[in-house]
Design a protein. Structure first.
Length: 316
């Protein structure tokens, strides 16, 4: 099991291309405002932050916001994914090693097992854990006070007892066109690429508004420019001709539609208006159902291309 411990010292900031302050993080303004209030309160009380739960699509910046919170609070953050914790002894070991006010970030928290979730109940409420002794009986062990930040793409999969132990619950909203274009511009600048506002708008038409997807798309643009030019001597300006060549080469369509989405839509179009079950789609595409539901359908639903019904998927 891999655990990443990230300190908030300045020497590490140069290695991280994520935003390191709320001002650098585009969008989610209401969430940032409330988190700043929570941080101010915790500092004045010289106490821990209330436990925080983030929900929303993958790639929307939940981990980044958690790291910003840790930096602004001046504490360390330990990052783990829910599926990586296989037994109670592992989460107990993690909790025992947290220093006072530290933050434990559990990504995909909906994937933790029930017996591990039960350990978290007492830890979150009373900052202690109950250990069953080999000779019988229980021993309660005190923990350093800490803050748990959970992140999930499936809020409905969390149990009520776990959700109720979070003081703050936030849902990450979709990014506006203006915010999307700002994220594109910021990523291009970090990659050393200059371009016009018009090209940035055109890029926005070809990519989904998920920050992680935008970042990956901008990296593809950088790699394309490097392959076409001497990157060290080029002023790294993405002009209209280069952009059109990039679009043509990648067969890019509006909204971030890729070949795999086209295959999905073709299957539905061939059904002549009949609903198609996700199992049938998965078999025809040579993928599993989970990959269809998590990797392909979210974008198509967002773009209004398909509809989910009790009978299956319908092309709109």
């Amino acid at each position: 099991m891999e655990i990443k411990k990230i300190t908030t010292q300045k020497k590490n900031e140069k290695k991280n291309d994520r935003p390191i302050d709320f001002d650098e993080f585009v969008g989610q303004d209401e969430i940032k405002k409330i988190l700043q209030t929570a941080l101010d309160s915790a500092k004045k009380r010289n106490s821990t932050l209330g436990h925080i739960l983030f929900s929303g699509q993958s790639g929307y910046g939940k981990t980044t916001i958690a790291q910003i919170v840790a930096k602004k609070f001046g504490v360390n953050i330990k990052i783990i994914t829910g599926y990586a914790i296989s037994k109670p002894s592992e989460i107990i070991s993690i909790l025992n090693n947290l220093e006072k006010k530290d933050i434990l970030f559990i990504d995909e928290i909906h994937r933790i097992k029930p017996n591990i979730e039960e350990v978290l109940y007492t830890a979150m409420e009373d900052f202690c854990i109950d250990m069953v002794m080999p000779e019988g009986g229980n021993v309660r062990i005190a923990l350093n006070e800490f803050s748990l930040i959970g992140a999930t793409t499936k809020l409905e999969s969390l149990t009520s007892p776990l959700k109720n132990r979070f003081i703050y619950t936030f849902h990450f909203e979709n990014y506006t066109t203006q915010q999307k274009n700002q994220i594109i511009k910021d990523n291009l600048i970090k990659l050393g690429i200059n371009t016009s506002d018009n090209i940035i708008e055109k890029i926005g038409e070809k990519v989904d508004n998920t920050p992680r997807t935008i970042k990956n798309f901008c990296i593809k643009i950088r790699d394309y420019l490097i392959s076409k030019n001497d990157f060290l001597s080029l002023e790294n300006f993405l002009d209209k001709n280069e952009w059109e060549n990039f679009v043509k080469r990648g067969k890019l369509e509006n909204g971030g539609i890729q070949e795999i989405h086209k295959q999905y839509l073709k299957i539905l179009s061939e059904s002549e208006g009949r609903a198609v079950g996700v199992r049938t789609i998965a078999i025809k595409m040579g993928m599993n159902e989970k990959a269809i539901e998590e990797d392909i359908e979210p974008l198509l639903l967002k773009l209004g291309k398909i509809e989910k019904t009790s009978r299956g998927r319908i092309l709109l």
